[in-house]
Design a protein around this ligand. Structure first.
Ligand SMILES: C[S@@+](CC[C@H](N)C(=O)[O-])C[C@H]1O[C@@H](n2cnc3c(N)ncnc32)[C@H](O)[C@@H]1O
Length: 288
């Protein structure tokens, strides 16, 4: 969604832009080139691997106008004022939510169910509960709720029940142990469009990182650091996240949406990157 993000942020040379989700640094690098030496880009990610990867790319491209911070974007206002003066407000902010493709591809981390080690889906340090704690301590009802709400998993109750039974025998710590429990709840030889563990893993990642709460907190605060006519662009991949963004633009009196319907990825982008099929972009402008 890079061209759409740049267009709807209305990027200006000399401007100050915030990339709340640095990831592979694609948006940050493009923003830094467009604002030029008179502008600044503040980029956040909870994941130290994203920060290190971006440091290398920034050095290679000799860009001097990027500030990288390993932080949760729910603290965006405090982070912003560490680097900018009170009167220096931002021209735009972008959130590109969820998981980056490099995190998913990293077999050392349990975002991928091919991972062989212990279950840990935290983007970075400082999550309140670990994935292992969630899997082993949440009640049957809570596990069912998160698998249903965050994973849209049809077999939510059945899988939650199997987890609760299994953990009574032995604590569930390894990724593969969880995958085995989930797979057993699906009919044998069934044709799967996606791996049966995909939705439960997504749900556990969202719960571990408190992704929906982080988004609500950040959006509720964001207008404090935006200029008049400053822009907020949010790209989401989950219907629950899109609902939060839609409600924010509907109810917030300072940031107004320009179009009601979300913008989706071009056919070409979907062909190159199938994950983009579920991307929804919404944007708004600060009107006071
Ligand atoms: C979809 S990727 C962003 C991709 C990026 N736009 C690019 O050009 O490569 C999302 C990134 O946001 C980070 N992230 C998710 N929630 C976060 C939060 N609350 N605070 C900071 N970073 C977060 C993840 O660690 C991940 O690296």
């Amino acid at each position: 969604m890079l061209p759409e993000v740049i267009k709807h942020l209305a990027v200006k040379p000399g401007g100050i832009y915030i990339d709340c989700t640095l990831g592979g640094a694609g948006y940050t690098l493009e923003l830094a080139k467009r604002v030029g030496s008179g502008g600044k880009v503040l980029a956040l990610d909870m994941d130290i691997a994203a920060i290190r990867n971006a440091q290398d790319k920034i050095a290679e491209q000799d860009l001097k106008n990027i500030i990288l911070v390993q932080e949760n974007f729910k603290n965006i206002v405090q982070v912003y004022y560490k680097y900018f003066k009170k009167e220096e407000l931002a021209d735009g902010v972008v959130f590109d939510l969820g998981l980056s493709s490099y995190q998913l591809a990293d077999k050392e981390r349990s975002f991928s169910f091919q991972h062989e080690g212990s279950l840990d889906m935290a983007f970075g340090k400082g999550t309140e509960k670990s994935t292992v704690e969630i899997v082993n301590n949440y009640s049957l009802l809570d596990l069912t709720r998160i698998f249903r709400e965050y994973g849209e998993e049809r077999n939510a109750y059945k899988i939650a029940k199997a987890i609760v039974l299994q953990r009574k025998k032995k604590k569930i710590e390894a990724t593969q142990d969880l995958v085995d429990i989930i797979v057993k709840q699906y009919p044998k030889r069934a044709y799967y469009k996606i791996h049966p563990a995909t939705k439960v893993f997504q749900a556990l990642r969202i719960e571990t990182n408190q992704e929906f709460n982080n988004l609500k907190t950040a959006l509720a605060e964001i207008s404090k650091i935006l200029k008049f006519k400053g822009r907020v662009v949010v790209v989401s991949f989950h219907s629950g996240e899109d609902r939060i963004v839609k409600q924010f633009f509907k109810n917030n009196e300072e940031v107004m949406p320009i179009v009601k319907k979300p913008i989706t990825a071009s056919e070409e982008e979907v062909l190159n990157n199938p994950r983009a099929r579920s991307a929804k972009l919404r944007f708004g402008i600060k009107v006071v």
